[in-house]
Design a protein around this ligand. Sequence first.
Ligand code: PCD
Length: 793
Amino acid sequence: VDDHKPAGFEDNDQHPVGHGRMLRKEDPRFVRGRGNYVDDVQLPGMLHLAILRAPVAHARLVGIDTTAAEAHPKVKAVVTGATLESLNLAWMPTLSNDVQAVLVTDKVRFQGQEVAFVVAEDRYSARDALELIEVEYDLLDPVVDVRRALEEGAPVIRDDIEGKTDNHCFDWETGDAAATEAVFAQADVVVEQDIVYPRVHPAPMETCGAVADFDPVEGRLTLWSTTQAPHAHRTLYAIVAGLPEHKIRVISPDIGGGFGNKVPIYPGYVCAVVGSIVTGKPVKWMEDRSENLVSTGFARDYVMRGEIAATRDGRILGIRTHVIADHGAFNGTAAPVKYPAGFFGVFTGSYDLEAAYCHMTAVYTNKAPGGVAYACSFRITEAVYLVERIVDCLAAELGMDPVRLRLKNFIKPEQFPYTTKTGWVYDSGNYEPTMREAMRLAGYEELRREQAEKRARGELMGIGVSFFTEAVGAGPRKHMDILGLGMADGCELRVHPTGKAVVRLSVQSQGQGHETTFAQIVGEELGIPPADVDVVHGDTDNTPFGLGTYGSRSTPVSGAAAALVARKVRDKARIVASGMLEVSADDLVWEKGAFHVAGDPSAAVTIQDIAMRAHGAGDLPEGYEGALEAQITYNPPNLTYPHGAYICVVDVDPGTAQVKVRRFVAVDDCGTRINPMIIEGQIHGGLTDGVGMALMEIIAFDEDGNCLGGSLMDYLLPTAVEVPDWETGFTVTPSPHHPIGAKGVGESATVGSPPAIVNAVVDALAPFGVRHADMPLTPSRVWDAMRGQARPP
Ligand code: PCD
């Protein structure tokens, strides 16, 4: 860990924040197999739920016969859309203010859609009974292509929406069209490129599931569920199911990976709740792998046209893009309400431009809903891919080294805070040192020499560069809400008499290590060892309200809350200390874990002394109220903007068109680093995801709307075999508004790596005149690119 430490950044063993070798507190549980996941929940009398899914993509529902299933000896209930309709539960709101069918009532709109469910005594009987349900469908023409969806006369998918006569979902624009046009008109060089970011899936190791336990006597619902946002989900259940919010408890135990997949509310969760209400018993629903891939939130699916304008000597003037966004059958995109295209507005990247403009048309198709932020702060992955690909296209056109082109156009350190041409305010950044550090680690000049030699011999070696700026940590609440819930986070801290503490968070770890890093933050601010701080999360009855974990927002938002709540407790401790040392609170100096009298370090009391005193007999000084505890809600003033420079080296086999990622250098800057080992793990995971997206993963559909990525035999995930030994480094540019200067990092590598890999492959294929090829760069696509036949995406 931390072998490539830049000068001026030292670990300080006295301080838990930044401590390179602090191991994860949660791991003893995980490595012993003692994690507690939703599927581990066993309740007395618990029943099992299975969902019948549509085998076709577009069809009118003619009739359902459930008699045989109901007669199955172990079946307790069979529920169809008609049943839900009678309870007014057949439709539910999506995260983007659309509606989605819980169970089909009128029409099937994507393959794998939920049609009915069975509750039975065991999982196998529930699945067997699904086969006894007879459904009659009247097949309709499916629409899976975005351009076809927009054609006049295309079958209307959302005929449930009153007056709907086409498949148009929304239009959105940002930037200044006229100013951009003017810049383009005067530019020496304009480059255009069609770029597709294919539909991919987060595919977490644990699929989605829930255990619902409705107590009819108390009218209380307890729901264990795989959710990244327990509090937001609770409020939505209250709204959807009409249950009083104080009678709902959402418990999100250990989560086996989220990656954005566990942000939405899926029909299965609602079915589990209905199943428990109907049977009066606890009901468990766990998806299988195919159900997860076919029906839950996909990501990306953007068809983009990128245009870039520059001077002959490589000054970038403007970027323009037109996007057709495929939202599937229901608009289930996870994004703050004001941002229907998420944070795609950061497509201007890390460059100082004169003008930028984007126009987007979103459409409905017969595909699963989603648009979740798969390791991506709301469409930033698409934005970064667009800009980093198009900048490389420009470099090729100008015959300029791609690193040199980037260095020439970076936003300069003195320009921060920097307002982009699309209105985003980047908090801080110092790009050139990060780029140079990546070049140093990679041995960039040497790699170019090696490449020239190999090219001369007919070998296909490619070097790809990407440089990204992300916007992570949504709020602030004045700009951002999801379905009316403002994006802020609560945090609560209590110090016990013996000086141990418990901190309660509104965010929810899915493997990121929050039990460790939040203990480090509190430990740092309060001067007690992280081992003495217990982190509680994932239970709405025991944690303060907040919007949950996605978009790398836990550190920027809840991390700030944790630091500030600890400072608040410290302020209270100061009052207690003033009484103990018999001086005024203003005469006390705080030094790591203790207050001492100014000018007399020997007159000191530790936090532990203070905690005991605060809970002890006798009066406490004036001004001290309540207990040694505090609660806050943190509303971030801005997002945080981490950045990074990635360099990828690939070799392409000229005979088989197989791409091998030989080296990958990633230099990240996420401001103050809380736990370098955890950050390293986050980067390794994200880079691996990046190799998957760039080379292997796609959720494709055939003309009939059949999903072709419904199993891990077809939807290829990367393993240790496909990836190199990652080479990482870092720079530190703190966030000026975050209390400890930290920025998010969880998604950086997924955002930054696909363009580096694709740029490397395109660079390798330069001798064939290739300027672009669409992901995933499977051998067949690379082969086609070498032969100049780009296949339709
Ligand atoms: N950190 C540190 N330092 C800094 C930053 C950070 O240390 N500066 C760390 C923390 O604390 C944590 C981690 O690291 O622990 C991360 O963080 P962030 O960035 O804040 O983030 P979060 O919020 O926590 O998380 C989230 C993310 C996301 S978003 C995703 S996708 C992914 C990531 O995370 N997912 C996951 N990573 C991960 N890992 C794991 N293991 N698992 C998972 O699932 Mo989305 O939107 O949801 O799509």
